[in-house]
Design a protein around this ligand. Structure first.
Ligand SMILES: Cc1ncc(COP(=O)(O)O)c(C=O)c1O
Length: 394
């Protein structure tokens, strides 16, 4: 007789829905001519010199654990990088090298959340925040962001969502899926409310290097914010290093100390070879002014302009994304729900996009298209979407 798992599984985990993005990927795999604008990762291969440094690290026998928080040399490089790019100063004990930004999000929440604590999350946002909050017995409080505000969260919206149980707010800018960014003045407005209500900020800045026309400003650099902000960043997006699983978190001493304990017991340390690669990425960056990043950034920017124009020309009104590599067109004019639109587009024209609802209830009426795809793919996808709309209207 097989083992009966009923009543053995955690109800909390069972209640978490599977990622709405994966479902579409599985179907795409079965369609050889499908074009996917669904993926959230760079289509570039990690620059060769970075890959080579990992090979060299393995060749020279660097196969042991590093220190728990990450190799000191890498943390020094991260500290220099944070100063140079975002004008933020962190000592080595305030930096933890993590298994992607993903682990950093988990660490931050685990270190601060008590059962029942509420966490404000702009909606729509990256798919992992809400499940991660659930896993630590916290309560997610999604706050709808609006297209007319360029999908930025406002101070008033935050203030309205605050209750005596609010402990933290996740600030996910540049935003996945909308491409929204928050400039300095917007951050300063929001900071006033955050300080007034004494909240912790978890700032996911994984797309910080991918902004267009305006440099990224970290909320930690706003007056009075560094001491209450946990900054999350990493190598996945800007350096095209998703598979290396390397991120980092910078935080005040008190919380960094607690996060490190969790990281020690659960992870031990991030991959040693990946850390060697990341060190090369940063060291070369200091020498050549981040040429790797700039080159990919400029390419995304060119594609961003193409996809923005194409979608608007065919009648899918899109807010102009200012960061990350996503565009979030409104599909309400088709009369379809986000899920119907994505399903039918995939079935009828073999183009994969992600329903906006995968990122929260406020994503209804929108779909996410990634432009981390070749220009050829983007142009072909745009032609197919146009045909899809024409067929709908026929
Ligand atoms: C906003 C955001 N944060 C974090 C992550 C996870 O990044 P990592 O690959 O570094 O774990 C992603 C990946 O898509 C993301 O979009």
């Amino acid at each position: 007789m097989s083992f009966n798992w009923e009543n053995k599984l955690s109800k909390r985990v069972e209640a978490i829905p599977p990622s709405g993005i994966r479902k579409f990927f599985d179907i795409v795999q079965t369609m050889p001519d499908a074009i996917s604008l669904g993926v959230g990762e760079p289509d570039f291969v990690t620059p060769w010199h970075i890959r080579e440094s990992a090979i060299e690290s393995i060749r020279s026998g660097e196969t042991a654990y590093t220190s728990n928080a990450g190799a000191p040399k890498l943390r020094e490089a991260i500290s220099k990088y944070m100063k140079k790019r975002f004008d933020l100063e962190y000592a080595l004990n305030q930096i933890i090298v993590t298994v992607g930004a993903s682990e950093a999000i988990d660490l931050a929440l685990r270190a601060i959340i008590e059962p029942g604590d509420e966490v404000i999350i702009p909606d729509p946002s990256y798919v992992s925040y809400m499940p991660n909050v659930t896993l630590v017995n916290g309560v997610s409080v999604p706050v709808p962001t609006k297209a007319e505000n360029d999908f930025r969260i406002t101070a008033e919206e935050i203030e309205k969502a605050i209750t005596p149980k609010t402990k933290a707010i996740i600030m996910p800018y540049p935003n996945n899926p909308t491409g929204a960014i928050m400039g300095k003045s917007h951050l300063e407005e929001v900071a006033k409310v955050i300080i007034k209500h004494d909240l912790v900020v978890i700032s996911d800045e994984i797309y910080a290097e991918l902004t267009y026309g305006q440099k990224h400003v970290s909320i930690a650099s706003v007056d009075g914010m560094k001491e209450r902000t946990i900054v999350i960043n990493g190598f996945s997006k800007a350096f095209a290093m998703t598979g290396w699983r390397l991120g980092f978190v910078c935080a005040p001493d008190e919380v960094a100390k607690e996060m490190l304990k969790i990281h020690q017991y659960v992870i031990m340390c991030a991959s040693t070879m990946s850390q060697a690669a990341a060190l090369e990425a940063l060291n070369k960056g200091f020498e050549d002014n981040y040429a790797d990043i700039e080159h990919m950034h400029d390419d995304y920017n060119m594609r961003r302009r193409v996809i923005y124009r194409s979608l608007n020309d065919m009648g899918l009104a899109s807010f102009e994304p200012k960061g990350a590599f996503y565009i979030f067109p409104c599909i309400k004019s088709t009369g379809l729900t986000s899920e119907e639109f994505a399903q039918r587009l995939l079935k009828e024209q073999h183009v994969a996009v992600v329903p906006g609802t995968a990122f929260g209830p406020s994503g209804e009426g929108f779909v996410r298209c990634s432009y981390a795809s070749s220009l050829k793919n983007i142009n072909e996808a745009m032609a197919r979407i146009k045909k899809f709309l024409e067929n709908l209207n026929a």
